[in-house]
Design a protein around this ligand. Structure first.
Ligand SMILES: O=P(O)(O)OC[C@H]1O[C@H](OP(=O)(O)OP(=O)(O)O)[C@H](O)[C@@H]1O
Ligand code: HPA
Ligand SMILES: [Mg+2]
Length: 179
């Protein structure tokens, strides 16, 4: 697995430090609220687990699975809901936890869904932001790292469902992507 990695972009320690910082900001900004924290599966599962431990609020968690990349490094442009939420967002302050914003299509679709369901507010926490990939005008309220124009894997992020379990984030060797 690690043999397939060309370059490590963010180490496990750098990621942990950033997640702690983001959790502290969110704790401060949401004081007095009990947000519904939504994890966008699958990619955000590791970030979600680490982030909620750093948020000191009476929050609730829920999970939604959406997919648009499949086995490709390019978005299909069609966002599919694979698993919907269990808890109603109506009248709730919703914090959406996402691993990466690339084209922005996943989050713009999700925000639209949550607003139509009458969420009181929607806020985005994204660990990675790849502004060069953007196809819609969208930005995160809390963002970890702005990353270069490359398809990254690790810490939840996959290529063809693999590499999510790498503890760091990196770029694969070109021959792996061309398989
Ligand atoms: O801004 P975008 O271009 O929409 O890309 C970001 C989304 O794409 C990836 O999910 P993917 O569809 O690969 O599903 P996964 O999380 O199950 O890997 C990633 O985890 C984000 O959810
Ligand atoms: O760079 C990426 N890596 C993994 N999944 C992704 N989904 C959108 N962009 C990416
Ligand atoms: Mg994916």
């Amino acid at each position: 697995m690690q043999n397939d990695v060309l370059e490590v972009l963010y180490s496990e320690q750098q990621i942990q430090d950033k997640v702690k910082e983001m959790g502290e900001l969110i704790t401060r900004d949401f004081e007095g609220k009990n947000p519904l924290v939504i994890c966008v599966l699958k990619g955000a599962f590791i970030f979600m687990a680490d982030l909620v431990k750093r948020i000191d609020l009476p929050l609730e968690t829920d999970f939604m699975a959406v997919s648009s990349y499949g086995a490709s490094t390019k978005s299909s442009g069609v966002v599919k809901i694979i698993k919907d939420l269990d808890i109603s967002v109506e009248g709730r302050h919703v914090l959406i936890v996402e691993d990466i914003i690339d084209s922005g299509l996943t989050l713009s679709y999700l925000i639209d869904v949550l607003e139509r369901r009458n969420a009181l507010s929607t806020t985005i926490a994204a660990l990675f932001d790849k502004p060069t990939g953007r196809k819609v005008d969208l930005d995160a309220d809390y963002k970890g790292f702005v990353i270069p124009d490359a398809f990254v894997v690790g810490y939840g992020l996959d290529y063809g469902e693999k590499y999510r379990n790498l503890p760091f984030v990196g770029i694969l060797k070109p021959e792996v992507y061309s398989h």
